[in-house]
Ligand binder design. Structure first.
Ligand code: NAD
Length: 491
């Protein structure tokens, strides 16, 4: 472990407010445990009311005074420098992340560091390209005078970003990158399970030239979230996390002041392999779709559909591949599977396996924890007893796939869509025309063909149905982080 990582972890962490780390006024602390060793690697303060007030006031003042007066070109320059600093300190950030969440170091390097820098650069480029339009109204005033109109895209104000534990660098970067590029200030609440990396990221933001208060961080459990959401100085809540919390935050935001909100939630995503796909491609596709970061990816598939003619062979070969996977220490460069990120998630997976057994599902392989000190869950294949099985219907968010055979297209589409959720789906086939006929019939915010899980900052991402409200990435974020103002001038 790098010396600077050891020193960072040993610090008495609190929050990051007004361009500097602050201890916080409360005495309660939240311990962060590495899930592979269960040892405490650091801790942060639990925010109390005065800390929340200080953070919101600082974000609000920075919006009114400082960040709002920074030109788009300077916003772009600062965000580009911010991305450079994330890369320059990439190994340090990756190691802090791996220490706090057990994420395999290769994933921390590629996704948390590499992808974060990519997203930040993408949003930086947009800062100078935000524009309204000019409009020629058709109808004169009542006295016959003509007028002309134009629109402005204005920042909303203070954006409250609420972050889950699975990608505690990349997900806040999606939010603050987009919000800062459009001229908002941002207050981030990290997950209580993985609060450390964001504190280091915020320091780099200040070093990059962000004015004090443009990017603040407050730490605490979910109970502090409601207090921030309901504050009238919060203009928008940008939430990523579970469906129940998302619904609650949406209700709180509406009650507060019709506060704007975006909800990026979970799901029960489907991956379907049409019978012209080779067995090897199906096996690789299952791993790509369902088992990255031990399945703790919102976009991951947990419902897999394989044509009946290939089903038994696919299950047998998957079983054999999965039983060859060895649990790895997170710092192992060539690690195959790491621990799940925290104890509640570990217990959630084990409880889902017990329920599956009680309901009569067939657990082909896995279905328990590895014999290991840390929170290691075995990759698991479940053949549900029926389409009502809990394992088939409810998000588990672990290295688990439920597998169901299908006979024809209509049956497949009906099963894929038979869920209240609609975040992602994938269809695997060599018949592109057929895939394109499927696409409009699949109820999901993202449909992949012959791929799954890969995202790009230019391609919008978000949920259909119960998986969310709004989109991130692409140009969609401009709408979501700005208010459209219409201006009309009598001529
Ligand atoms: P969670 O909903 O338990 O917590 C998310 C965040 O919300 C945490 O910071 C938590 O402290 C906070 N929170 C809890 N109650 C709150 C309240 N009343 N007000 C404000 N904040 C509150 O989710 P999690 O377990 O951290 O993350 C896993 C979930 O996130 C999965 O369901 C996964 O599918 C989803 N997810 C979705 C996406 C996406 O882009 N759609 C991405 C990653 C994860």
């Amino acid at each position: 472990m790098l010396d600077e990582v050891k020193q960072f972890l040993a610090r008495e962490h609190g929050h990051y407010i007004g361009g500097r780390p602050v201890a916080g006024q409360g005495s309660e602390r939240i311990e962060v445990r590495c899930p592979s060793t269960l040892t405490v690697v650091g801790s942060v303060a639990q925010a109390v009311d005065v800390d929340i007030e200080a953070a919101i006031a600082s974000s609000h003042q920075a919006f009114r005074k400082d960040w709002a007066s920074v030109s788009p070109a300077d916003r772009e320059r600062i965000l580009l420098r911010f991305a450079d600093l994330i890369e320059m300190h990439g190994e340090e950030i990756a190691q802090i992340e791996t220490a706090q969440s057990g994420k395999l170091i290769a994933l921390s390097r590629v996704i948390e560091v590499g992808w974060s820098a990519r997203w930040l650069r993408y949003y930086a480029g947009w800062a100078t390209k935000i524009s309204g339009e000019t409009i020629t109204p058709s109808y004169p005033s009542m006295s016959g005078e003509r007028y002309t109109s134009f629109t402005l895209r204005e920042p909303l104000g203070v954006v409250f970003g609420v972050i889950p534990w699975n990608f505690p660098v990349m997900i806040p970067v999606w939010k603050f990158g987009a919000a800062l590029a459009t001229g908002n200030t941002v207050l981030i609440k990290s997950s209580e399970f993985s609060p450390l990396t964001m504190l280091r990221i915020a320091e780099l933001g200040t070093e990059a030239g962000l004015p004090a208060g443009a990017l603040n961080v407050i730490n605490g459990t979910g109970k502090i979230g409601g207090k921030v959401t309901s504050d009238p100085r919060i203009a928008k809540v940008s939430f990523t996390g579970s469906v129940p919390t998302g619904r609650l935050i949406g209700e709180e935001a509406v009650k507060a002041n019709l506060t704007r909100f975006t909800l990026e939630l979970g799901g029960k995503n489907a991956a379907a392999f049409l019978p012209d796909t080779s067995i090897d491609k199906i096996l690789d596709g299952v791993f790509e779709a369902g088992f990255l970061h031990s399945g703790q990816v919102c976009a991951s598939a947990e419902r897999f559909f394989v044509h009946r003619s290939q089903f038994d062979e696919v299950i047998e070969k998957l079983r054999s591949r999965m039983e060859g996977i060895k649990p790895s220490q997170p710092m192992d460069d060539a690690g195959m599977i790491g621990p799940v990120c925290n104890e509640p998630q570990f217990n959630k997976c084990l409880a889902a396996f017990e329920l599956a057994k009680t309901e009569g599902d067939d657990i082909v392989t896995g279905g328990g924890a590895y014999r290991h000190d840390g929170l290691y869950i075995q990759p698991t294949i479940i053949l549900p007893k029926s389409l009502d099985s809990s394992a088939y219907r409810q998000e588990i968010f672990g290295p688990v796939g439920t597998f169901v055979p299908f006979d024809d297209d209509d049956e497949l589409l009906s099963m894929m869509n038979d869920t209240p959720f609609g975040l992602t789906a994938s269809i695997w086939t060599n018949d592109l025309a057929k895939a394109l006929r499927y696409v409009p019939r699949i109820e999901a915010g993202t449909v992949w063909v012959n791929m799954h899980t890969l995202v790009d900052p230019a391609v919008p991402f978000g949920g259909a149905k119960g998986s969310g409200v709004g989109r991130e990435y692409g140009s969609s974020f401009i709408d979501s982080y700005t208010e459209l103002k219409s201006v009309s001038i009598r001529l």
